[in-house]
Design a protein around this ligand. Structure first.
Ligand code: GLN
Length: 539
């Protein structure tokens, strides 16, 4: 196979322009033309990975099959492309420096002064090319986090300059900017784009394509003006207008011919028109739902919806699979109490209790679970949500009033959720959880079996604590069964209730595996159960 081509995506003017969605949309189009594509995110912060970041800082931490804790953009890449990413797809400045400093300590630089150029930039280059060199991809899209002009982004932009020089027509750069609309003047303004391109030019990078975010369509005149000032072809000025849903963006980019411009510049054949039948079907159903269900998402980070990004997207995928619009009601776990739980949850068709860490909001989650259990409301507990379901059952069904997780109460006599043996002596926080994909055997005749229709599955994990097998017999005798078990460690991965229409808790994170093409079966079946309940309410 010929060597891979590289596309660099930078952003200017402001952050949050949606580089991740543009990268994923371009990748989708190239994939739909028959190319194998992967996307990588380079994050300019000093953390080794986002695993230790509070979700308020950075939204959800996405986890790959190989156990990397990564930026949430990797979730978009997987949801759009339906191809798993890996550790190599997300690199931070912290990781780059750590590698270089470790090498320096080993003496690998033979007495040389270790510098940003060439040592840091060489390491960035190596990380970018790792994916291309696997031979698995025709095209590697590398998204540079941050905004051009930031001090932290400088080594990355410098690396783009070097690689563009070395790779010639095998590399190109796309710069994403904003064209603000000034209501008072009634005009779209191109100056911020011109300035942003100038900032990039000062760093030695001439963008080949400009993708311009805008609220209103940009005219031919504006395109010509930007082309003239920024040294790009008019057809390489791409409009990216605000979309109703992120899943519209690949089609919008197709209309703007972004994929064609890219392939021409990379000197790659267009092959065939993008094969997007399934994608369009998905969009059609997304926009024309037949049913509607209301599902509560109980969590403690609900002020920041990005904290539960993959869960929210999984509901969109599962809604489409059921021809239903899933209206997610975000409910703060700290605000749920026995006195108001009926008012908050009573009208919902399903409740998901979210993942999380620490004590805050835990009793609200447990109260919510008691309510849905006693009132036959469909329930899905994810990670901490599953652990809370176990605690609730122990307290209110088995009768162990002090039951808890040792994460919240290390002294409890009924530590129904406890540290795993291997975790007990770990004091460091970063990268020390049970991370990535683990096997799980599904027990026959259970709800889990009817959901997965397979005996062996693999799901992604991110946690330290586990169901305490010492108590499993007591739970099973009282009606909460373990329907998924890890074959290697015997750890409980799925619990469910026998006497409930749909009550399932999973120690793993199914939301990391849901994609447009493959909506996750647990979410699909949970939404179906909610749909059944909504119909019941109409009878
Ligand atoms: N805090 C819990 C644990 O570490 C759950 C983690 C999660 O919900 N991702 O086990």
């Amino acid at each position: 196979m010929a060597s891979a081509k590289y596309i660099f995506v930078t952003g200017g003017v402001t952050s949050s322009l949606g580089k991740g969605i543009i990268s994923a949309s371009l990748a989708k189009l190239l994939q739909a033309r028959g190319y194998s594509v992967t996307i990588q995110k380079l994050d300019p912060y000093i953390n080794i990975d986002p695993g230790t970041l509070n979700p308020y800082e950075h939204g959800e931490c996405f986890v790959t099959n190989d156990g990397a804790e990564t930026d949430l953009d990797l979730g978009h890449y997987e949801r759009f492309l339906n191809v798993p990413t890996s550790q190599a797809n997300n690199v931070t400045t912290g990781r780059i420096y750590q590698t270089v400093i470790n090498k320096e300590r080993e003496g690998a630089y033979l007495g040389k002064t270790v510098q940003i150029i060439p040592h840091i930039t060489d390491e960035i280059k190596r990380r970018i090319q790792i994916l291309g060199e696997t031979g698995a991809f025709d095209i590697v899209i590398t998204e540079i986090g941050g905004t051009v002009g930031d001090i932290e982004s400088l080594p990355y932009v410098e690396t783009v300059r070097q690689l563009k020089w070395e790779l010639g027509s095998a590399a190109l750069s796309i710069h994403l900017t904003l064209i603000p609309y000034l209501a008072a003047a009634g005009e779209l303004k191109t100056k911020p784009t011109q300035h942003s391109v100038k900032a990039l030019l000062e760093l030695g990078v001439q963008p080949d394509i400009l993708v311009t975010r805008t609220e209103k369509p940009i005219s031919g005149e504006i395109r010509r003006k930007i082309a003239l000032f920024c040294n790009v072809n008019v057809n390489a000025v791409i409009e990216s207008i605000d979309a109703e849903t992120i899943y519209d963006v690949p089609l919008l980019m197709y209309k703007e011919q972004l994929d064609k411009v890219v392939l021409n510049k990379l000197k790659l054949p267009l092959q065939h028109e993008p094969e997007l039948t399934q994608w369009k079907e998905f969009l059609g159903k997304l926009k024309n739902p037949v049913h509607e269900v209301r599902i509560g998402l109980v969590g403690k980070y609900i002020e920041l919806k990005d904290a539960y990004k993959s869960i929210a997207e999984s509901f969109i995928h599962a809604g489409v699979a059921n021809e239903a619009k899933v209206k997610v009601e975000w409910i703060h776990s700290e605000k749920i109490e026995p006195g108001n739980v009926a008012a908050k949850l009573g009208g919902l068709h399903g409740v998901l209790v979210a993942p999380g860490f620490g004590d805050r909001g835990i009793e609200g989650k447990i109260t919510a679970i008691q309510y849905v259990r006693e009132n036959n409301i469909p329930f899905l507990g994810v990670c901490l949500g599953m652990q809370c379901a176990v605690i609730e059952f122990a307290r209110n069904v088995i009768g162990w009033k002090d039951a808890h997780s040792t994460e919240m109460n290390p002294a409890t006599k009924h530590a129904v959720i406890d540290f795993m043996e291997g975790q007990k002596n770990i004091t460091k926080k970063g990268g020390t959880m049970r991370l990535g994909e683990y096997n799980c055997n599904i027990q026959k005749g259970t709800k889990a079996a009817s959901v997965y229709k397979k005996e062996k599955i693999g799901e992604r994990h991110r946690h330290r604590y586990e169901f305490n097998n010492k108590f499993l017999k007591d739970f099973e005798e009282s009606g909460m069964i373990a329907s998924g078990i890890n074959p290697e460690s015997n750890l409980v991965e799925i619990v469910e209730l026998k006497n409930h229409p749909w009550f399932v808790g999973v120690q793993f994170h199914p939301e990391y595996k849901s994609t447009v093409e493959n909506p996750h079966p647990l979410f699909v079946r949970f939404v179906r159960a909610a749909l059944d309940r909504s119909k019941l309410a109409l009878d």
